[in-house]
Design a protein. Structure first.
Length: 305
C-alpha cells in the first residue's frame, strides 16, 4: 500500500505542473511581465537575497503570477476603440496593439501636447505615459519669439507662424517704402518753394508779373492742401495768411487797389523762405522713423529661417 502511495504522489505532481510549459514561462513571461530576479531565483537559485525569497517560494510566486497572467489573457475580449471617443476619457487610451516593449510605441500629438507612449504588456497595447507641452519650447530669431508646435509626435518649428510673420514684415517694408516716397515728394516741393521764396526775397519784385506771383501762391496752396507733417496750427495760419496777401497783390488791377506794398511782398517772401526751412527740418525726424522701421523689418526678415 505504501509503495502505491509513493507511485501516486509523483504522478499527481506531474499532473499539477504539466499544464505549465516551463519554456513558455521563461520565454514569454520572465523579464517581460515579471521582474527577472524572481525567475533567476526560482530556476537558478540566483538573486534570492535581493527579492527576500527562497528558491521554492520564488518558484511558487512565479507560477502563481504566470497562471494569473495566462488566465487574464485567455479571457481578454477583443475590444475596438470607438472612433468618436470623448477626449476627456482617454487619459490611458489604447492607441495601438501588438506591442511588447515601450520602443514599439510611437509618441502622439494632442493639440500642442506631445505624449510619450509606453507598452502595457498585459494588454499588448500602447498607453500614454508622460506629456510635453511643445508651446513651452521657444525659438528666438533676433527679437522675434516663436513657440514650437506638436506634429507627428514631435515638437517642431511653427512654420505657419513664421511664414505669417514674414508676410507682415514684407507688408511693413512696402508700406514704409510708400510713405518714404510720399514724404520725399513733399520735401522736394518744400525745397522748390523755399528756393523760389528766397529768390523773391533777394531780387525783389522788379521782374515779377501778377501772373507769376499768383502762380507762386497757387503752388503753396496746393502743397498745404496735401498736408504737411508736424505742421502746427499757428504755422498753418501763417502760411494761409501769406497766401491771401500774395493773391491780393497779384489780383490788384490798379495801384490804388494794391493791398500789399512791394517792400511788404519782399519781406513776406523772406519770411516764407525761413518758414519753409523750419518745416523741412521738422520732417527730418519723420524721415528717420520711416527708415528705421523699414531697416528693422529688413533685418528681421534676413534672420528668419
Amino acid at each position: 500500500m505504501f509503495k502505491k502511495v509513493l507511485l501516486i504522489v509523483p504522478f499527481v505532481l506531474l499532473l499539477l505542473t504539466g499544464c505549465r510549459n516551463i519554456s513558455d514561462v521563461k520565454d514569454s513571461f520572465c523579464g517581460i511581465h515579471i521582474n527577472y530576479q524572481y525567475c533567476k531565483c526560482a530556476f537558478h537559485n540566483e538573486y534570492c537575497d535581493a527579492i527576500g525569497m527562497s528558491k521554492s517560494e520564488a518558484k511558487n510566486h512565479v507560477y502563481n503570477e504566470y497562471d494569473e497572467w495566462k488566465e487574464k489573457n485567455s479571457e481578454k475580449p477583443e475590444v475596438k476603440k470607438e472612433e468618436n471617443e470623448d477626449e476627456d476619457d482617454i487619459d490611458n487610451e489604447e492607441v495601438g496593439d501588438d506591442c511588447k516593449y515601450d520602443s514599439d510605441c510611437d509618441p502622439i500629438c494632442e493639440g500642442d501636447i506631445k505624449w510619450k507612449m509606453g507598452c502595457n504588456p498585459r494588454e499588448g497595447v500602447c498607453i500614454k505615459t508622460f506629456d510635453t507641452d511643445c508651446s513651452s519650447e521657444i525659438e528666438t530669431f533676433a527679437e522675434l519669439n516663436f513657440s514650437k508646435v506638436c506634429n507627428a509626435g514631435e515638437c517642431v518649428r511653427d512654420e505657419n507662424s513664421i511664414n505669417q510673420k514674414k508676410t507682415e514684415l514684407e507688408n511693413l517694408k512696402n508700406e514704409m517704402s510708400d510713405e518714404l516716397k510720399a514724404l520725399n515728394a513733399k520735401r522736394d516741393d518744400l525745397k522748390n518753394l523755399m528756393l523760389d521764396a528766397n529768390k523773391s526775397c533777394i531780387n525783389g519784385i522788379a521782374d515779377m508779373t501778377n501772373l507769376a506771383i499768383f502762380e507762386f501762391s497757387t503752388r503753396i496752396a496746393s502743397l498745404m492742401a496735401g498736408g504737411l507733417p508736424d505742421l502746427a496750427s499757428a504755422s498753418l495760419d501763417y502760411v494761409n495768411d501769406a497766401i491771401g496777401k500774395i493773391n491780393a497783390y497779384a489780383s490788384s488791377e490798379t495801384p490804388e487797389e494794391v493791398k500789399l506794398k512791394p517792400h511788404e511782398y519782399i519781406k513776406l517772401n523772406c519770411d516764407l523762405y525761413h518758414h519753409f526751412i523750419d518745416i523741412l527740418a521738422s520732417t527730418d525726424q519723420e524721415l528717420d522713423d520711416i527708415l528705421e522701421k523699414a531697416n528693422t523689418a529688413d533685418e528681421q526678415l534676413e534672420l528668419l529661417p
